[in-house]
Structure formats: structure tokens, C-alpha cells
Design a protein around this ligand. Structure first.
Ligand code: CMC
Length: 392
């Protein structure tokens, strides 16, 4: 017995306390361990932000070097895991493969499933951050029928990921520093976002004492949905469907029509009701990449820019405080880099791994943590007697 608060979608329920990420949705503010996201995206880089999220402080030069060496040492996958990839249908969506392979890590790396041992927790978090780019890249390679490309530890985290995705044995991919910087920024801007659906999923899974690989696999599964991480793929598919700027009014009218389930993908956010600070940085990055690749006249970008303009001028969107979110621009950058839309969400998943892992570690270290067990508002039948089948 007891009194419960009914809060569908948890719009006003805090499930935990945390010192990792702060969001002020009205101000459009996002801080990691107190540092504003635009400063981190502009001055720092992904592995340094990983260290910050995991350990709470920016590393000294020595600490960073040690951390980078540790992550680099764990980039390879157990060779036998290749068979696991090969067991999937050849055209499997890379997210489907990732959910399976990450879950299977608990079978390959038993030692770090011992969550009672802080050292093993540490190794599990390093393994996940280090291996996720290899897993995402191999899921992609498998889906297009190309050989797996092994990680190169002389490259940066982002450059190595581009290498594993785009190199083929016949021709190594020449990583352009502007593109690897843009890739690094996409990773950084997606690194953590407090108690979103996938992070809450990781915490809920972990609350039962499940192993870290199982918990992160659960997070990946949740992220896949189009209302969450799947929005970047859905956004680009929508831009392609719109096709050219002159068709935008038709789609805006559909998004506003109460009887049409269509929504503008890449617009709106549960928490940001002013603007998404990640979208501002991502927009600059999109301009840089498109300048470099000489695709200023790309019809998708032209459509995206015009859609942004028309939606921002429209009363419906301003009244409901619907602004472009991070996925609106990340999709454009990834498309320009040559990624198929099916890789957009896997890239989000690899970027968010550090956030999931940091939140998981924080939860386990919290002496108050207990199994997550929401209640419900029961609207079903009251108690009644069983009716034998012949009398129904
Ligand atoms: N296009 C048209 N109308 C919209 C949109 C949109 N993209 N988003 C919200 N609305 C309307 C919605 O119909 C509702 O209207 P009314 O009050 O008249 O019923 C109102 O705005 C509030 O929407 P809601 O669904 O109650 O808001 P929410 O906080 O539950 O949803 C959201 C947030 C992100 C799921 C939603 O805005 C959405 O579906 N956006 C498109 C998908 C998307 O871009 N998702 C990525 C989010 S950012 C990355 C991430 O978190 O993974």
C-alpha cells in the first residue's frame, strides 16, 4: 500500500542524483561536470571529455596520455567475435548487430562482468569505450560485404574510426584532419545527456545487478527508436523525401496537422524548450565539412537550411518551442562524409557509450542505489472468478 505519483513518460520524476551532466532546458544550457558543451566541443576533444565524464575532472597532460594509452590498448576485439558478426544476415542493420555483439561481450570478457570488483568495473568501462568504434565499424563493413578492417593505434580515436569504416585492403583511406575533427565533435556532442531514455534504460538494467555489457546492450536497443537516437536517420530520410526546398510548405503543413502523425524529424526536444546548444556547434561543423567537400549546393543541405528557416518563422513551432535539435545537423555531416543513413544511430551509440558507462559507474558507487521498480496506475478489471472454457 502507499500513495504513488502518476507520471507517464517521467516528465517530472527524478530517478537518481548525479554529478555528471547538467541541463537547463529553458536557457539552452548543457554542462558536463560544470564545463559548457560549446567550450568542450571547441577546445577539448572526445577522449579528454571521456576522462572528464568518467572521473569528474579534466585530466593533466600525464593523466590524459595514460588514459589514451589504456583505451588504445583495448581497441581490438577477440578474434573469435568475428564469427559472431558473420552469424548475422548479410544485410542486417548495424544497430541490430551492435545490440547482439555488445551483449555477447559478456560471454567473451567474463573477467570484467564482476561488478563487485572496482578494478573490473574500471576495465569493463575502458573495454566498452575502446571497442565500440571497432564494433560499429565492423557492423557496417559486414552490412556492405567488405572485409573487417583492424584498428590502427597510431591514429586518433576519431581518425581510427573513419579508417575502420572506409579503408579497404586494396586502398587505405586517407583521413582528412578536418573530417576527423568533425567526427570527433559529433562524438563529443553526443557523449552524455543526463537521464534520457537510453541512459535510464542502462541504469534500470544495472539496478538489478546485471553485467555492464548487458546493460549497455539494453541502452543501445533503446537508443535505436526514432524518437531518440534513431532521429538522425529519420531526419535525413525525411530531408531526402522532401527533396527540394519548394516542397517544404507541404511538409510543414503536415507536421502541423493534428490528424497527421507526421512530425518534423530533428525538431523538438523533451528538455530543451529554447534551443539545443549542441545544435549550434553542430551547425558550424556542418558548414565547415560542406565547405571542404565542396558540396555547398547539396540539395539536402539546401532543403535543411530552408526547412530550418521556415519552421523557425512559423508560429506553430515557436509557440510549441520546437527548435532544431542535434540530430538535425549531425545527419547532414555524416551524409557528406559518406556514411549511409543506417550508420547514423550506431555512431550516436558509440559516442554515448561513455555517458552510459559513467552513469553506470556512478550508480554502482552510490550507497543508496536499489533496484528500479516503478509502480503503475491499474485500470483493468476488478477481481473476478475464473470461468471454465466451456462456459465462455
Ligand atoms: N514536429 C511537429 N510537431 C511536434 C514535433 C515535431 N517534431 N515535436 C513535438 N511536436 C508537437 C506535438 O504534436 C505536441 O503537440 P500538442 O501539444 O498539440 O499535442 C507538442 O509539440 C509537444 O510534443 P510532445 O510529443 O508532447 O513532446 P515530448 O517532449 O514528449 O517529445 C520529442 C519530444 C523529441 C520526442 C518530439 O519533439 C519529437 O518527436 N521530435 C521528432 C523526433 C526527434 O527529432 N527526436 C530527437 C530528439 S534529440 C536526440 C535524442 O534525444 O535522442
Amino acid at each position: 500500500a502507499g500513495v504513488f505519483t502518476y507520471d507517464p513518460g517521467f516528465t517530472s520524476t527524478a530517478s537518481c542524483d548525479s554529478t555528471i551532466t547538467f541541463i537547463d532546458g529553458d536557457k539552452g544550457e548543457l554542462l558536463h561536470r560544470g564545463y559548457p558543451i560549446d567550450q568542450l566541443a571547441g577546445k577539448s576533444h572526445y577522449l579528454e571529455v571521456c576522462y572528464l565524464l568518467l572521473y569528474g575532472e579534466l585530466p593533466t597532460a600525464k593523466e590524459l596520455e595514460k588514459f589514451e594509452n589504456t583505451i588504445t590498448r583495448h581497441t581490438m576485439l577477440h578474434e573469435q567475435m568475428q564469427y559472431f558478426f558473420r552469424g548475422f544476415r548479410r544485410d542486417a542493420h548495424p544497430m541490430a548487430t551492435m545490440v547482439g555483439v555488445v551483449g555477447a561481450m559478456s560471454a567473451f570478457y567474463h573477467d570484467s562482468t564482476d561488478i563487485a570488483d572496482p578494478r573490473q568495473r574500471e576495465i569493463a568501462s575502458h573495454r566498452l569505450i575502446a571497442k565500440m568504434p571497432t564494433i560499429a565499424a565492423w557492423a557496417y563493413k559486414y552490412s556492405i560485404g567488405q572485409p573487417f578492417v583492424y584498428p590502427r593505434n597510431d591514429l586518433s580515436y576519431a581518425a581510427n574510426f573513419l579508417h575502420m569504416c572506409f579503408s579497404v585492403p586494396a586502398e587505405p583511406y586517407q583521413v582528412n584532419p578536418i573530417l576527423s575533427r568533425a567526427m570527433d565533435r559529433i562524438f563529443t556532442l553526443h557523449a552524455d545527456h543526463e537521464q534520457n531514455a537510453s541512459t535510464s534504460t542502462v541504469r534500470l538494467a544495472s539496478s538489478s545487478g546485471a553485467n555492464p555489457f548487458a546493460c549497455i546492450a539494453a541502452g543501445i536497443a533503446c537508443l535505436w527508436g526514432p524518437a531518440h537516437g534513431g532521429a538522425n536517420q529519420a531526419c535525413l530520410e525525411m530531408l531526402k523525401e522532401i527533396g527540394s526546398p519548394d516542397r517544404i510548405p507541404e511538409y510543414i503543413a503536415r507536421a502541423k496537422d493534428k490528424n497527421d502523425p507526421f512530425r518534423l524529424m530533428g525538431f523538438g526536444h523533451r528538455v530543451y524548450k529554447n534551443f539545443d546548444p549542441r545544435a549550434t556547434v553542430m551547425k558550424q561543423s556542418a558548414d565547415e565539412v560542406l565547405d571542404l567537400l565542396g558540396v555547398e549546393n547539396n540539395p539536402i543541405l539546401a532543403t535543411a537550411k530552408e526547412l530550418e528557416k521556415q519552421a523557425l518563422e512559423d508560429d506553430y513551432f515557436s509557440e510549441k518551442k520546437l527548435f532544431p535539435n542535434v540530430d538535425f545537423y549531425s545527419g547532414i555531416i555524416l551524409e557528406a562524409m559518406g556514411f549511409p543513413t543506417s550508420m547514423f544511430t550506431p555512431i550516436f551509440a558509440l559516442s554515448r557509450t561513455v555517458g552510459w558507462v559513467s552513469q553506470w559507474k556512478e550508480q554502482l558507487a552510490d550507497p543508496q542505489h536499489k533496484i528500479g521498480r516503478p509502480r503503475q496506475l491499474y485500470l483493468g478489471s476488478t477481481a473476478r472468478d475464473y470461468v471454465d472454457i466451456e462456459n465462455r
